[in-house]
Design a binder for this molecule. Structure first.
Ligand code: NAX
Length: 329
């Protein structure tokens, strides 16, 4: 019998968590032999709704769910948590400028970064989902100086999975036979979904799409970049089950390793690879093994890709400068 692993999830009464918590408790994230204990964090006003979520988790009688606790104090929620999924964030409301959004979230992620620093165990691994995810991750990381930087990541896996699905639809080849997709940059509309290293049934994806630049530039890239808005438009609410699924994929691959010959997209603190400013949390192609990620090195980047990556990195730089000028990092 394995000892339960503690998993902390913030924004636990929100719509992503309403899918995510059940997938974690079902063993989808850490494997079907690993019991889990859920530490769920919410703001005080949402603790009532969170009680209802707890009742439903209980009613699933998940064999792997060893226990659960609810909190409104991050310091206590992160105690003993080996995995921390920072999903809760302040949504952008009407009339709110990007700067206001960065500031409101900057406060949340400053506090949570400090709480992680002072309370999380040595083996903690953090995934930031709450938007603006890359910069929220940067703020948390900078406020947790005692935790190794490589334990902080942000989610671009939903963008990665969306790109796989669009390529599968175009080529008629199942997603299971498409590998080496890459999302570069920020989880925003400037992100660059890159098919130039991807393989469809083992052959270059660009050949598999008939070298159709028009489709690539005018359909594929904008569709992936704007998919979040398209879901909101159709559903009247932002992506939730697919976002939860991507978070499960991200943590599972980080913890248990990426498939042989393949890689995934993760936003991680840059070491300067591919000309991305050191320290920015930017999406890269990553391979994972033994609970660690590494950026895939040596990919050839042509002029087209270079300029797209640079545009997204420029946006990350602006976001960093904004949280810097607010004194948050
Ligand atoms: P919801 O608004 O449904 O849920 C968010 C929950 O977080 C709320 O229950 C709220 O009370 C809670 N919360 C707010 N501040 C908190 C704090 N300081 N501590 C703990 N809990 C707090 O949003 P949901 O649809 O679940 O989305 C959550 C976040 O994910 C949003 O920021 C959203 O923009 C972001 N997303 C990120 C994606 C990605 O790919 N990185 C994709 C999906 C999603 O849009």
């Amino acid at each position: 019998e394995k000892q339960p692993v503690k998993v902390a999830v913030t924004g636990a009464a929100g719509q992503i968590a309403y899918s995510l918590l059940f997938r974690i408790a079902n063993g989808d994230m850490l494997g079907n032999e690993q019991p889990v204990h859920l530490n769920m964090l919410e703001i005080p006003q949402a603790l009532g709704a969170l009680e209802g979520v707890c009742m439903e988790l209980e009613d699933c009688a998940f064999p792997l769910l060893a226990g659960m606790d609810t909190f409104d104090d991050p310091a206590r929620a992160f105690e003993g948590a080996s995995y921390v999924l920072l999903v809760g964030a302040r949504p952008r409301t009407k009339g709110m400028e990007r700067k206001d959004l960065l500031e409101a979230n900057g406060r949340i992620f400053t506090e949570q970064g400090r709480a992680l620093n002072d309370n999380a165990p040595d083996d903690v691994r953090v995934l930031v989902v709450g938007n603006p995810a890359n910069t929220n991750c940067l703020v948390a990381m900078e406020n947790a100086p005692d935790i190794p930087r490589e334990r902080f990541t942000a989610m671009t896996r939903l963008d990665h999975n969306r790109a796989l699905a669009q390529l599968a639809r175009k080529t008629g080849v199942p997603v299971s036979r498409i590998t080496r997709m890459t999302i570069w940059g920020n989880h925003s509309t400037t992100q660059y979904p890159d098919v130039f290293h991807a393989l469809v049934d083992g052959r270059p994806a660009f050949d598999a799409i008939g070298r159709d630049r028009n489709w690539l530039e005018n359909e594929f890239i904008p569709t992936v970049q704007k998919r979040g808005a398209a879901v909101i438009e159709a559903r009247g609410a932002s992506s939730a089950a697919s976002a939860a699924n991507a978070a499960i994929d991200h943590v599972r691959d980080w913890a248990l390793g990426t498939a042989n010959g393949d890689w995934v997209s993760m936003a991680v603190p840059s070491d300067g690879s591919y000309g991305v400013d050191e320290g920015l949390v930017s999406s890269f192609p990553c391979r994972c093994a033994g609970g660690n990620w590494e950026i895939v090195q040596g990919l050839e980047i042509d002029e087209f890709s270079r300029s797209r990556i640079e545009a997204s990195v420029a946006e990350l730089r602006e976001e960093r400068d904004a949280v810097r000028s607010l004194g948050l990092v």
